[in-house]
Ligand binder design. Structure first.
Ligand code: PHE
Length: 354
């Protein structure tokens, strides 16, 4: 009995994990375990023998059972301690900071422009960047043979072979939104339409994708005088200083008469300042909406008239924020974005520039 006791207590003490411990239990107390077999032998003993061997076996069984349980608990404790040591977490460490992003100057300026025109009663309209040639050209009085089509360096979409319909285009200006808006809402109307436009052109002042904002105001008696007032009001609010404008006679197929508009500026050591000096910078095209364009939009030119303009958003962003190269706008260089970008929630207001 003592030998058995020594043997199994030793084995329990040595068991290194739950698996080994279970093997010891089976060897001693399992159905065919050594102790269990011994207990079965009790039946064949004389009553005197049984009286001493019985209680001794039972005591041994109890002792081993509690030794097994104690060892099992000790092993679980050890495993837990090991995990706690391995998965240790220092909750006093400072958090991992994530850098805040910035608002791109184009987004910022679009918001500023929208806020200023909203104050003058202009709603925002949008149109698709992939246009039909009808909206981008024909409806704007630019027929198929017109040189303006060639001048625009248009990107044409692919058509399946044998499909002879004219291809869709990446819109070359925001002017097609004029037609779409007139068709849908009729007159009177007062909208701006900011968005992306595309032309196959690339140098320091041109990128194949850039941004324009279209303006359109139609009513019974809208005139060039209203156009001039609205634009001067806009530029003064946008640049935060009184800005003079200069209208130069020009030509667009979709306006008659047409004018290109310059804003007053000065050049000093290679930097421009808007709103002072004797120089002029061209910033937009404009004019009175051509009767054919009104008609294409479903509006009766004998009843209604209005002005339209198209302005480069990237251009006026460069001017206001002193950004030298247009191409950098679309390079996604983080250093540039952090330098020229705006903090989120730097909410534009019409007074922000002052
Ligand atoms: N769509 C013209 C351009 O892209 C600008 C313009 C718009 C001119 C509206 C007149 C009226 O150059």
């Amino acid at each position: 009995m003592d030998d058995l006791r020594q043997k199994y207590l030793g084995a329990i003490a040595e068991a290194g994990d739950e698996g080994a411990l279970e093997s010891v239990r089976l060897a001693a107390l399992g159905k065919k375990g050594e102790i269990s077999l011994k207990m079965r032998e009790l039946g064949g003993m004389s009553p005197e023998e049984r009286q001493t061997a019985g209680p001794a076996l039972n005591a041994l069984k109890d002792e081993l059972t509690s030794a097994l349980a104690a060892k099992k608990a000790a092993l679980a404790d050890a495993a837990l301690n090991e995990r706690l040591a391995a998965e240790w977490l220092d909750v006093t460490l400072p958090g991992r900071t994530r850098r805040q992003g910035t608002i791109h100057p184009v987004s910022q300026v679009t918001e500023e422009v929208t806020a200023i025109f909203a104050d003058m009663g202009f709603a925002v309209a949008e149109g698709p960047q992939i246009e039909t040639d009808w909206y981008n050209f024909d409806a704007l009085n630019i027929p198929g043979h017109h040189p303006a089509r060639a001048e625009m360096d248009t990107f044409y979409m692919h058509r399946a072979e044998g499909d002879n319909r004219p291809p869709h285009v990446l819109r070359t200006h925001t002017s097609p939104v004029q037609i779409r808006y007139m068709e849908k809402h009729g007159a009177p109307c007062r909208i701006i339409a900011p968005g992306r436009v595309y032309r196959a052109d690339y140098d320091q002042t041109h990128t194949p994708m850039f941004h324009q904002v279209e303006g359109l105001a139609i009513d019974r008696d809208i005139s060039m005088a209203n156009l001039k007032w609205v634009l001067e009001e806009f530029f003064s609010a946008y640049f935060g200083t009184k800005v003079k404008t200069r209208f130069r006679a020009s030509h667009f197929p979709f306006t008659e008469p047409s004018a290109e508009v310059d804003i007053q500026c000065s050049w000093q050591d290679g930097t421009v300042k808007v709103g002072e000096g004797n120089d002029w910078l061209e910033v937009l095209g404009s004019g009175m909406v051509h009767p054919k364009v009104l008609r294409a939009g479903g509006i009766d030119p004998d009843q209604w008239q209005g002005f339209a303009f198209g302005m480069g958003i990237d251009r006026i962003a460069m001017l206001k924020y002193g950004i030298p190269d247009l191409r950098a706008f679309f390079d996604s260089d983080l250093r540039w974005l952090r330098h020229y970008g705006f903090r989120a929630l730097e909410v534009p207001s019409i007074h922000a520039g002052a």
